[in-house]
Write a protein that binds this ligand. Structure first.
Ligand code: HMG
Ligand code: MG
Length: 297
């Protein structure tokens, strides 16, 4: 099987990574992190989340972060918007790309966004409409695509159904999230096979958490299926506050090391990425959660 020549990495550290940190990171440090990641060459940096600050306090300053970052031409800074309130705040600070986030598990949907899957899709409809009017791109997430912390195994037919609905609503890309990192490579292949029957494969992305150490293998398996967009997180920051046991996202450093080693281009400057990872790890007072970064330290 042939690997893609190049892969687009969506750097989700400033959002998925930091959202789980209990100690508040300053706005200035978040801005510095986003700028360092942009300078490292990422074409997409998920920079914030316009959710309720009561639910996710760490993301409470996203409007300031999005106002203060240095925006680079050709780079997108997607931000999460669960409802119209979040979308309107995002618009007020000039956000050009948002992400809506649904799930393939009813229980996770309730715990994460306090509504059923069907209700979440209803909430997303006006966002899609307003996004179209404002020329804003919308990325769609589906969480718990393989396993759910409350329901166990998830049927890939359900994932395909939710993905297709988000795609038909106008999302330009659907990112399939293994929120708790339980998937293994053959399951990942089966998943993309099932979903790509309903959504074109080149409009699917992989979002892997590394809880069980399977993320790199899963990315490799997804590449063999024709996927060439992956979400990763600098220094392996991350988790989801509403998914018990969801540890870090796959580390960008580990992904870039693997991809470059396989001859797959990413456009990311590896040294600058390592520096960004060490910067934010220093801020939060931990070693990077990246095998590669620590091996090279
Ligand atoms: P709710 O309580 O059902 O909604 O929350 P509500 O409309 O009744 O609002 C409750 C309070 O929140 C109100 O304030 C609202 O004003 C406020 P109060 O009257 O109590 O003072 N509020 C807001 N404030 C700021 N911005 C907003 C907003 N909306 C309401 N946009 C809601 C529903 C969705 C808002 C809530 O459940 C929420 O914020 N959840 C956060 C979920 C979240 O951020 N999860 C993590 C991201 S998803 C993820 O990590 C998975 C992913 O990485 C993929 C993967 O790994 O699988 C994407
Ligand atoms: Mg995630």
């Amino acid at each position: 099987m042939v690997l893609p020549k190049s892969v687009k990495l969506v750097e989700v550290g400033p959002r998925d990574g930091l959202q789980n940190e209990k100690e508040l990171v300053t706005t200035a440090d978040k801005v510095e992190l986003v700028n360092r990641l942009t300078n490292a060459g990422f074409q997409a940096v998920e920079a914030g989340s316009f959710v309720s600050p009561k639910w996710v306090p760490q993301m409470g300053d996203s409007a300031d972060v999005l106002s203060q970052i240095t925006r680079k031409d050709g780079v997108s800074y997607p931000s999460l918007t669960p409802n119209m309130r979040g979308f309107e705040t995002a618009m007020s600070v000039g956000v050009k790309e948002v992400a809506i986030f649904g799930a393939a598990s009813e229980s996770f949907s309730q715990k994460n966004i306090n509504c059923s899957i069907a209700e979440s899709l209803e909430r997303f409809a006006p966002i899609m409409e307003a996004a179209k009017e404002n020329d804003v791109k919308v990325r769609g997430y589906v969480s718990c695509v393989i396993g759910c912390p409350y329901e166990g195994k998830i049927d890939s037919a359900k994932v395909a159904e939710v993905s297709k609905t988000l795609f038909d609503m106008g999302c330009y890309e659907i990112s399939l999230g293994d929120t708790i990192g339980v998937g293994t490579p053959e399951e990942v292949k089966h998943l993309f096979e099932a979903v790509s029957k309903l959504v074109p494969i080149d409009q699917l992305a992989g979002h892997f958490h590394d809880t069980y150490g399977q993320a790199l293998a899963n990315i490799y398996a997804a590449m063999e299926m024709g996927i060439s967009v992956f979400d990763s997180s600098v220094a392996g920051l991350g988790g989801c506050p509403y998914a018990k046991g969801a540890s870090g996202n796959v580390s960008s450093e580990d992904v870039v090391y693997m991809l470059h080693g396989c001859g797959v281009k990413t456009g990311v400057d590896f040294e600058k990425l390592l520096d960004a990872g060490r910067f934010i790890s220093n801020v939060i007072g931990r070693k990077p959660n990246s095998r590669v970064s620590n091996a090279l330290a």
